[in-house]
Design a protein around this ligand. Structure first.
Ligand SMILES: Nc1nc2c(c(=O)[nH]1)N[C@H]1C(S)=C(S)[C@@H](COP(=O)(O)OP(=O)(O)OC[C@H]3O[C@@H](n4cnc5c(=O)[nH]c(N)nc54)[C@H](O)[C@@H]3O)O[C@H]1N2
Ligand SMILES: Nc1nc2c(c(=O)[nH]1)N[C@H]1C(S)=C(S)[C@@H](COP(=O)(O)OP(=O)(O)OC[C@H]3O[C@@H](n4cnc5c(=O)[nH]c(N)nc54)[C@H](O)[C@@H]3O)O[C@H]1N2
Ligand code: SF4
Ligand SMILES: [Mo]
Length: 720
């Protein structure tokens, strides 16, 4: 049953870019074992040739001299190479020691974003994490989409049932806090979104962007509405109120299973457009018109993304976006918001189903923030390391993450990591976080890995399936993430003892199958597998279609996709209703003079592509964007170094004076700040920039979900 791949030193390979969610099909040409060309694959049914500049970084990453190619251990005189056996044994022993000495919660885990783009990590990470049984599990989820997962769990019964806008058939696409032209789409796997937006316009439809910055997406939209950061929930409350007042509710095809409409009526009563206009910065007439346009457009979709989530009312916003779609009849219909029918179903992978999104089974020790789906909000990580007492974190396992740059109050987290007894990072760079590690275990770069987007098949705007074998062989002293994770789990279990024969055999079988075998099992057992007889999908079948297989446009399927025993949609879950008072109170509070928001850039991917020479060419991108009025008021001129201060710290960046941001808002990109001592990224270090997360505040969270409020941080600015 095993297929052996012989890596040819020459040739053309069809594969998938795994850097971001768009999952573009790429063609990679290899000569003498070296990548000579990377271009878009026009035959990929989802991306149809689209790529972005980051795809070329795949080969920079491959050849990067700073990329680790053997395990490293920290010594008095810096990092030194060591053997895999030494590293794995030391790591397993230290984790075992700390958990035996202080209890299982004393080892914390942080999972970074690349885990969801890595087939092996997705399949082999969860068993290791379960076996650690630590309540101190954290991930990038709580600086990202946690509110949307919470809304999905509470309303549709499963955290992964996040509705996807059917952009290819919609006539009104309302984007709240997303910049897909730069991010290439998120929780909406839609490579080539620019082309898809143009198609909406070509069929007479409209794209509306609601954002405190006139973004690249806003520039291509039909309408851009500035909104004060953190106020989207009030805007949505108001829109929903208009729809109810005007008697325009249409619950659509699922009206018989939707509960809670009357409760919504009471909740929105206090949010008339005139009441929220000053608070949101959006004109009352505009609020009314947008609400009615949603009712008047049979194919319309409201879509919210990062800016809607990483704010103090992120959960309310995520919930209300769903409500707006549902009460205007746009749930689960063509051109509205829909659900996918993935060939490999990450909701029900082989083995055990993914958690539905339970919440509040335990709370963080210091600040009492609730767990969601077995994870605590990462905003509490530093205090859980720094605050002495029972349950304090003494050791950290960081898997493909860089929380020092990507989570709030990075300086504090730096201090926290510095104080740990032990830390291990599975990563291929010595960066801002891994420099604190006692051991760094180097994982394989993307082109050496087989890829199948088992997570993003859940979020695609079209059902497709694809399996891409690795393009390049594994370097001699590098291992796959899944191998590292599996080996750590095995060693830890053996140290604990008591592993029965059956468990040992199972362990061995799973390792023998590897990611390929497990995906194969999932495909065969899935809805498009054995049940379809000869036509059923398997990895072998997908390998014969290297561009991917088109499985058609999204189809109404909500009832089928809701988990067993869950057959109703809740418009008004209590959890959200209880949070409305907090928003009402906020309406009464005068806003800060100046707040900070982020800014994604096409040639970055969070913090980890800044060592690619091709992506770092050109001018310094880590600039503070500021409105001309705010610049003048603070004596700041374009290009001048400017100090930005918040409760947690201060940084200096060159000003970029522009009315692209609304007055009262300044913007810095995230992922920079490579000037920290000990970072070994030579290209990134030449334009280190500063970290926005040295300004964001670990105490500023969405009170309901615990998600970090990275947007809307009060700051002051001054010319240097
Ligand atoms: N202020 C502000 N902060 C933000 C955001 C923002 O918009 N503004 N965005 C947030 C969002 S959406 C996210 S998802 C997080 C991301 O937060 P993180 O995931 O913590 O940060 P990344 O920069 O993605 O770091 C990924 C790390 O994984 C390594 N890596 C890459 N691929 C692999 C792999 O295949 N295997 C292994 N083992 N390692 C790998 C990289 O070298 C890097 O060290 O940042 C968040 N932080
Ligand atoms: N090039 C590139 N692509 C990426 C990434 C990257 O770093 N670089 N990261 C990937 C990841 S991990 C993710 S999660 C996705 C994110 O994908 P997106 O969500 O599309 O990306 P952002 O650019 O962060 O978009 C957030 C938008 O919200 C706006 N915003 C900020 N605060 C508010 C607010 O309070 N209300 C409203 N309405 N808007 C607000 C910001 O101005 C910004 O335009 O991108 C992915 N793709
Ligand atoms: S948009 Fe760019 S980074 Fe994202 S998958 Fe496509 S090529 Fe890769
Ligand atoms: Mo993200």
């Amino acid at each position: 049953m095993f297929v052996v791949h012989y890596f040819s030193p020459m040739g053309v390979h069809y594969t998938t870019c795994s850097i971001c969610e768009a999952s573009c099909g790429v063609v990679v040409e290899v000569v003498d074992g070296k990548v000579t060309d990377i271009r878009g694959d026009p035959d990929d049914p989802l991306s149809e040739g689209h790529i972005c500049p980051k795809a070329t970084a795949l080969s920079d990453l491959q050849s990067d001299p700073d990329r680790l190619r053997q395990p490293m251990k920290r010594t008095e005189s810096g990092f030194e190479p060591c053997s895999w056996d030494e590293a794995l044994e030391a790591v397993a022993s230290e984790i075992y020691r700390i958990q035996s000495e202080y209890g299982r919660d004393a080892v914390g885990i942080y999972l970074g974003n690349p885990n969801v783009h890595n087939l092996g990590s997705l399949l082999f990470g969860p068993p290791l994490i379960r076996s650690l049984r630590s309540r101190n599990t954290y991930s990038a989820t709580s600086v990202d989409q946690l509110p949307q997962m919470m809304a999905a769990a509470q309303m549709f019964g499963h955290q992964l049932l996040m509705p996807v806008p059917d952009v290819d058939r919609t006539d009104l696409f309302v984007i709240i806090g997303g910049n897909p032209l730069v991010s290439n789409g998120s929780l909406m796997t839609a490579p080539g979104i620019g082309r898809r937006m143009k198609a909406i316009q070509a069929r007479g439809g409209r794209v509306v962007v609601i954002d405190p910055r006139r973004t690249e997406t806003a520039n291509k939209a039909d309408e851009h509405v500035f909104i004060r950061p953190g106020t989207d929930s009030a805007l949505l409350m108001s829109m929903i109120g208009v729809i109810l007042d005007e008697d325009r509710v249409d619950l659509g095809v699922h009206s018989e299973i939707i509960d809670g409409l009357e409760t919504i009526r009471t909740a929105v009563a206090a949010f008339a457009p005139e009441t929220v206009a000053d608070f949101t910065g959006v004109d009352a007439a505009r609020i009314r018109a947008l609400a009615l346009e949603l009712c008047d457009t049979p194919r319309a979709a409201v879509y919210g993304r990062l800016g809607a989530c990483t704010q103090e009312f992120g959960a309310l916003t995520a919930w209300l976006i769903n409500v707006a779609n549902i009460i205007t009849g746009h749930l689960d219909i063509e051109g509205g918001v829909m659900f996918t029918q993935p060939a490999f179903d990450a909701m029900y992978p082989p083995g055990r189903p993914t958690g539905r999104g339970k919440r509040g089974r335990w709370k963080s020790r210091v600040r009492q923030l609730p767990e969601f789906s077995s994870e605590l909000p990462v905003s509490v990580l530093a205090e859980e390391i720094l605050t002495p007492g029972e349950g304090q974190i003494r050791g950290m396992l960081v898997l493909a993450g860089n929380p020092v740059l990507s989570t709030p109050n990075g300086k504090q987290l730096d201090r926290a990591f510095d104080s740990l007894e032990f830390c291990v990072a599975v990563d291929f760079f010595i960066n801002e976080t891994s420099r604190h590690a006692s051991y760094i275990l180097p994982a394989a770069p993307p082109l050496s890995r087989a890829h199948c987007d088992v997570v993003f098949q859940i979020l695609q705007v079209r059902n497709t399936a694809k399996y891409s074998p690795a393009v390049l062989p594994l370097e001699p002293n590098v291992r796959h993430d899944w191998q590292i994770l599996h080996e750590l789990k095995t060693r830890l279990e053996d140290k604990r003892g008591g592993v029965g024969l059956r468990a040992r055999l199972q362990r061995r079988a799973v390792a023998a199958l590897g990611p390929r075998g497990l995906v194969d099992a999932g495909l065969r057992l899935g809805r498009r597998g054995l049940r379809k007889g000869w036509a059923g999908l398997s990895v072998r079948k997908l390998e014969k279609s290297p561009h991917g297989v088109d499985l058609g446009a999204l189809e109404p399927c909500l009832k089928e996709r809701m988990p067993p025993g869950h057959d109703r949609v809740s418009l008004a879950p209590e959890l959200f209703l209880e949070d409305v008072d907090r928003l009402l109170e906020r309406l009464q509070v005068p806003p800060p003079n100046l707040v900070l928001i982020g800014r994604r850039q096409l040639r970055s991917n969070n913090s980890w592509l800044h060592n690619s020479p091709r992506l770092m060419k050109g001018k310094d991108r880590c600039t503070l964007m500021i409105h001309p009025m705010d610049a003048e008021r603070n004596g700041i001129v374009d290009g001048a170094p400017t100090r930005i201060c918040s409760r947690t710290g201060s940084v200096v960046a060159p000003a970029k004076v522009s009315d692209e941001v609304m007055a009262g808002v300044v913007s810095l990109p995230h992922g920079f700040g490579h000037g920290r001592q000990g970072v070994q990224l030579s290209v990134a270090g030449s334009k280190p920039g500063v970290s926005i997360n040295d300004l964001t505040d670990d105490l500023l969270v969405d009170g309901l979900s615990g998600n970090a409020a990275l947007s809307g941080v009060p700051v002051t600015v001054a010319a240097l």
